[in-house]
Design a binder for this molecule. Structure first.
Ligand code: BDP
Length: 688
């Protein structure tokens, strides 16, 4: 078995090396046509804009395009206006964004003339969970592009070229910030050597408008500064951070700010000193204020107490509403638990009315099949951003509560936990690149549909492959009908498919161990915190399954604004997608379509497996349209996904059947594994 895995891995690596095409992401080089670019101003950013336009122009041959920077009330900062052969913006970066948008439109056929485009969020930022030794927490695409173990402080030309390609990709989709190190931060990041490397990175990223930020360890004044305390109200601690921030800005004048995971999962924080999150965040905010820097303070906090984990962030942060400085932004994960395949939105969105709040999304597929599954996350994020919180009446969506449309936040921001590594295709899975792309596009425009994003990405990424091949082989095939349509459909269905075969009907956190890949509803070793084990979340017994968060249970429902609190609380109105998130129900509970809950679970798991099987068949037909190495890589990954989907289905149905004692319906494929074998071999399918 081990041998097979090693061979399979070697095979994948070989394929990935061959798939050089993937390195160009959605920016594959184009056969450009001649164009004259007129721009009377000069800056490194404008030089890039001019070059990009010349290298990628696919409009009228010999056209003259004018780039104009001038005041325009309709444009927010870095927004732009496109007109016939004209790009107008109020900043250099706005011009660069306008150029990328124009080139994209030339490729996708989207409307151009008279377009005004403004960003939804001011700060559109990637959070890299990169450790200073080069490993990446929850990274599935190789080591860090920023840090490495050997010769950590030497900056090579290769490093710079890679950082430049990274910055360009980000700028092309409007991403303007990057946190370079893990939220579980090492104090060493603030030492002189590392700060010098951060400066080198910032210098490369700057012309593309990508500002750097750092995650910091709250106890740095002790471990790095030699102080006796990290108490945020202690004057020596305050002075230490002031000096440190001054040092950072002397190296990087446009440094963006700090990201902090404090008093969470063992990380140090202000509570150790009897202080609040506001005390901690404000102390750092004061140090950053003179330089216009921000603090992004994470709300991902929970302790091993008796209270429902889903309620804890809300309980801890709501009393602090209005107590934060205006350059503090509270960073809130999309759901109340932890990036699960499906969660309702976090009740903190819209509820904190006097505090800037930013959504944190996870681009890396920690809980969604790592770099193995094809899962287009855009639909999941769209679901969250478009969820109505009702906090200020109907239409108070998560997007509108965080992008400044409803609350006058001084700063608006959105973060995505990056899926980028040293793999030649950056993200491990060719389709994982679409998630990086989708994050940038949604951060720029939080009203975009996933269908449009998938459409754009496919046209940008695959069209050249196909058209060349089709020309060579003289195929009379319609690319849109035979490639774009079916692949887009796969992408749009892919997240629901994963939910079906992993955690349908509101189930959550039932994966195995710490690798967060395969199934593990039974996983609860002695000594592990209950809220880190699946039985805490599914609560399966002979009485039924699901976490009771109704008024009779943990009452998490009451953290939602009406009418949601009532809607989630009542079985008749609770959406079935969240059924077992909010309710504990007997196995024979009758679903809306008349099926028992047990049968409904069985059909969901079976449906998920069948969907993956269909994806495989459809992909097999697409060979003529895709670069051969990419084609094979996706094919291989889909087959691994299929095997894992079967495992999920068998594991969950056989495990839960011990409690339901009900038969698996005859018209679904019976399990091919035995539960005891799956449990005994659990370590093999963890992928960690
Ligand atoms: C969890 C991850 C863990 C992160 C944590 C966080 O398993 O690796 O450190 O989130 O967001 O999902 O801080």
């Amino acid at each position: 078995m081990k041998k097979i895995i090693i061979l399979a891995l070697a095979f994948i690596t070989a394929l990935q090396l061959k798939a050089q095409e993937g390195h160009q992401l959605w920016l594959r080089s184009k056969e450009s046509l001649p164009v004259t670019v007129i721009c009377t101003m000069h800056s490194p950013t404008l030089t890039i804009a001019e070059q990009e336009l010349r290298n990628g122009w696919q409009g009228e041959s010999g056209a003259t395009v004018k780039l104009t920077i001038k005041k325009n009330k309709a444009l927010k900062s870095d927004g732009f206006r496109l007109d016939k052969n004209m790009i107008e913006a109020t900043t250099d970066l706005g011009i660069l964004y306008g150029v990328y948008s124009l080139l994209r439109r030339q490729q996708t056929g989207e409307k151009m003339i008279g377009t005004i485009s403004n960003p939804s969020y001011q700060i559109r930022i990637l959070n890299h969970w990169d450790n200073l030794d080069g490993t990446i927490e929850r990274g599935y695409a190789g080591h860090s592009i920023f840090w490495r173990k050997t010769n950590p402080f030497v900056v090579t030309l290769k490093d710079k070229a890679l950082w430049k390609a990274y910055a360009r990709a980000n700028a092309s989709i409007g991403i303007n910030g990057a946190v370079l190190d893990n939220v579980n931060a090492s104090p060493k990041i603030l030492s002189e050597n590392y700060l010098n490397r951060v400066k080198s990175i910032a210098d490369v990223l700057r012309p593309y408008g990508v500002r750097v930020y750092l995650s910091v360890n709250f106890a740095s004044p002790i471990s790095l500064g030699g102080l006796k305390t990290a108490d945020p109200l202690d004057s020596s601690v305050i002075m230490w951070w002031k000096n440190k921030v001054k040092e950072i800005y002397s190296l990087i004048p446009d440094f963006g700010g700090l990201l902090v995971k404090a008093s969470s999962e063992g990380q140090p924080g202000p509570q150790q000193y009897g202080r609040t999150h506001a005390d901690g965040a404000n102390m750092l905010a004061d140090a950053l204020k003179p330089y216009k820097g921000v603090v992004m303070w994470r709300a991902f906090v929970y302790t091993a107490n008796d209270d429902d984990r889903a309620k804890q962030a809300y309980n801890e942060f709501m009393p602090l509403d209005g107590k934060f400085r205006d350059n503090v932004i509270i960073q809130v994960k999309n759901g109340p638990i932890d990036f699960q395949p499906r969660e309702p939105f976090s009740p903190l969105f819209g509820a904190m009315k006097k505090t800037s709040i930013m959504p944190e999304l996870q681009i890396t597929q920690e809980y969604l099949g790592h770099a193995v599954y094809l899962v287009f996350l855009s639909t999941m994020w769209e679901e969250c951003l478009k969820s109505d919180t009702y906090q200020q009446g109907e239409g108070s969506t998560v997007a509108r509560c965080t992008d400044g449309s409803i609350y006058p936040q001084k700063y608006t921001a959105i973060a995505g936990v990056s899926n980028i590594g040293l793999d030649s295709n950056w993200c491990g899975h060719p389709f994982a690149q679409a998630n990086w792309y989708a994050f940038g596009r949604l951060a720029w425009n939080d009203t975009l549909s996933s269908s449009q994003i998938a459409d754009e990405w496919l046209k940008m990424t695959f069209y050249k492959d196909a058209s060349k091949k089709l020309r060579e082989r003289n195929y009379k095939i319609d690319w849109t009908k035979n490639f774009l349509k079916p692949v887009k459909q796969i992408m749009l269905e892919s997240r629901e498919t994963a939910v079906n075969f992993m955690m349908p009907l509101g189930l959550h956190h039932i994966m195995s161990a710490n690798g967060h890949y395969g199934p593990g509803p039974w996983w609860a070793p002695k000594g592990v915190r209950p809220d880190w084990t699946p039985p805490y979340y599914h609560q399966a017994s002979s009485n039924g399954i699901g976490f009771d968060r109704t008024a009779k249970g943990s009452d998490a429902v009451s953290q939602y604004h009406q009418p949601l609190a009532t809607e989630f609380n009542n079985l008749a109105t609770c959406p079935e997608i969240f059924l077992l998130w909010f309710h504990h129900l007997p196995w024979n509970y009758k679903m809306k379509n008349g099926r028992t809950l047990w049968n409904a679970l069985c059909y969901h798991y079976d449906k998920g497996v069948k969907q993956v099987h269909r994806f495989q068949q459809e992909w097999d037909n697409l060979k003529p349209f895709v670069d051969s190495a990419q084609f094979k890589l996706v094919q291989l990954k889909l087959s691994q996904q299929y095997d894992n989907a079967v495992l999920w289905k068998d594991a969950c149905l056989l495990y839960f059947q011990q409690f339901s004692k009900m038969p698996i319906p005859k018209d679904i494929t019976p399990p091919v594994h035995k539960l005891k074998d799956i449990i005994a071999n659990e370590f093999k399918h963890r992928n960690d």
